[in-house]
Write a protein that binds this ligand. Sequence first.
Ligand code: AOF
Ligand code: ZN
Length: 366
Amino acid sequence: MKTDYEYMQLALDLAASAKGNTNPNPVVGAVLVKDGVIVGTGLHRKAGEPHAEVHAFRMAGEHAKDATLYVTLEPCSHYGKTPPCAKLVKESEVSRVVVATTDPNPNVAGRGINMLREAGIEVEVGLLEKEARKLNERFIHNMLTSKPFVISKFAMTLDGKIATRNGQSKWITSEEARLQVHELRHEVDAILVGIGTVLADNPSLTTRLPHRNGKNPIRIILDSELKTPLNANVTDTSEAPTIIVCSTNVDEAKKSQFLEKGVKILSIEKNTDGLKLDDMLDELYKLGITDVLVEGGAEVNASFLRAGFINKFLVYIAPKILGGRNSKTPFTGLDVDTMDAALQLEFDSFEMVGPDICITAYPKLG
Ligand code: AOF
Ligand code: ZN
């Protein structure tokens, strides 16, 4: 017979398979087990559709009675787009519920678990909690801050350069690594670059996957003076939506040329460090953007870092050395004076991607 741990791992795997498809909702998986037999499985596939538990109970039918439910997130207790799962769990007469982690949604926040306990159901919380929280790191951040989750992604050589001294950056990493980045673009709501990148590379910032249709993220351009050329690839909104973020001083006539092309303009106040990223992230969240992949360049990366808004780092390292005095580094303009002043990170994991390495790191808390 399998262990609680293995059933919860299965529920986590089910949840993970929907990553990128459920925004703004979390990914959730559920497994129902009776007498050592899996009688129901389910996952939340898309916001507005049934929750994971509903699918699992539908599959199990009458076998749910006296079964154990393994679920990666606390069953919800509220009426959102769908009715409360805790009510369904209660009515199904399961004898035991194992929950990986609580739901940070203020409408739930422990109430789902309380409802079940009050109904006399045995509830255990915390199995594979760390893994479950990591899987929903974006959702948890959204619920706690009402801001999008910001991922800083960059590719560099072994000696920490993102371009040659004349600005050439095609390509630092291998095709395999670049393909992985397109998978990531498919998962996030938005991708952000600075005007420098638009002027230098004229990127499309779309998702290009060889064997399936990728979802294009919303393209966000940080361009305080509205210098984006009207014929830049990112202004072609037939491919994907675009938001240009500029300062409040840009004149309306200039903005209207972009509005006519279907580009959305977000006017944000400036501070001494440029556009106020704090205000911008609030506005993007209000527009329904739950995560943003920041793809540079170096100045934009540094301004996000200085403002403390990077939640996760994805760093691709190629086995190459450029070795220049003038070739660019990923965070130009940070320039701290002492080692004590360095931003402290924590490595989470690393993997080989073709000949390259991808490191996942997080800002060190506390
Ligand atoms: C669960 N199981 O599979 C999911 C949950 O608008 P609704 O009705 O879809 O509710 C969305 C909220 O429900 C979401 O913010 C989160 O708190 C919870 N998601 N809960 O028990 C699930 N997806
Ligand atoms: Zn629910």
